[in-house]
Design a protein around this ligand. Structure first.
Ligand code: UDP
Ligand code: MN
Length: 273
């Protein structure tokens, strides 16, 4: 059994990611989990964007940007980061602010919980993953969406963590050293901070580009989490919307709270498309 001191957590710093979190929280509820669901949010997020989340039973927790230096913030500012470490495989939506990603690290401050499974707001959980609460810190799946080389890096959209104020402070100290630049923000940082990270199967964090780049890896009966990295399923007509249509439709179904097609993941209900 999962302990009462386990929680899922996500992060929302604007109304767009709050939409993502609505689909995520709905999807988690449908897995039958009894763990708490925590939505960390910055102060600026509109009340109206957060209300649907509390209505679904999520616990809202305010979390501010980290107290990083002005120079650090400048180096990780969107235009600067995109210029110095360009994204060549896909596009980040305009509402994505790289600096906001680092707020994820605040989950180590949620010491009322023993274990946290963090999930990006742009993901949905299509089958129960409560067993991750038994996994050690730091567990994450590889950043696989194109080739074998992807296995060298983790993806920080899903991970298992153990809150600890000490760890949080050690992270802050490591994060903002002179000239520190983390090209993929929290993801690069976490991989550096936890060099011996434990690898989860890719099915715990199936990246949407696998759908068209590595279709042989797409096994509905094994996938637990679908993660819409790069373009978001709620963006209107993004550049890969045609290619990803079945996955976007599935996300919309969760977002709107409609019935999930029979046996998602058991029988692929979408493969006729
Ligand atoms: N996030 C946010 N606001 C931002 C950027 C990121 O709330 O401006 C949060 C949100 O939970 C998001 C996660 O940080 O899912 C990581 O960003 P994203 O998922 O866009 O990155 P990707 O998965 O495309 O690399
Ligand atoms: Mn993401």
């Amino acid at each position: 059994m999962i302990s009462a001191r386990s929680a899922y957590a996500t992060l929302v710093t604007n109304a767009d990611y709050a939409m993502g979190a609505v689909a995520l929280v709905r999807s988690l509820k449908l897995t039958g989990t009894r763990a708490d669901i925590v939505v960390m949010h910055t102060r600026g997020v509109e009340r109206s964007a957060l209300e649907p989340l509390s209505a679904l039973g999520a616990h809202l927790m305010e979390a501010e940007l980290l107290p990083t230096s002005a120079a650090f913030n400048e180096r990780h500012q969107r235009a600067r980061l995109h210029a110095n470490a360009p994204f060549t495989k896909g596009n980040k939506p305009t509402f994505h602010t790289p600096l906001d990603n680092f707020v994820k690290l605040r989950l180590w401050q949620l010491t009322g919980y023993d274990r946290i499974v963090f999930i990006d707001a742009d993901a949905i959980v299509i089958r129960n993953i409560d067993r991750l609460f038994e996994y050690p810190e730091f567990s994450a799946a590889p950043n696989v969406y194109e080739s074998l080389a992807d296995f060298r890096r983790l993806n920080s959209g899903v991970f298992v963590a153990r809150p600890s104020q000490r760890t949080f402070e050690a992270m802050l100290e490591r994060l903002d050293r002179e000239d520190a630049f983390w090209p993929r923000t929290d993801q690069t940082f976490l991989q550096t901070f936890f060099p011996d990270w434990h690898g989860l199967p890719v099915f715990f964090n199936m990246l949407q580009y696998v759908w068209f780049n590595l279709p042989k890896l797409w096994d509905w009966s094994s996938i637990a989490v679908i993660h819409y990295q790069y373009e978001k399923p709620w963006e209107k007509d993004h550049s890969k919307a045609q290619q990803l249509k079945p996955l976007i439709d599935l996300w919309q179904t969760y977002y709107e709270g409609r019935d999930i097609p029979d046996a998602v993941g058991l029988d692929n209900p979408l493969n006729s498309g």
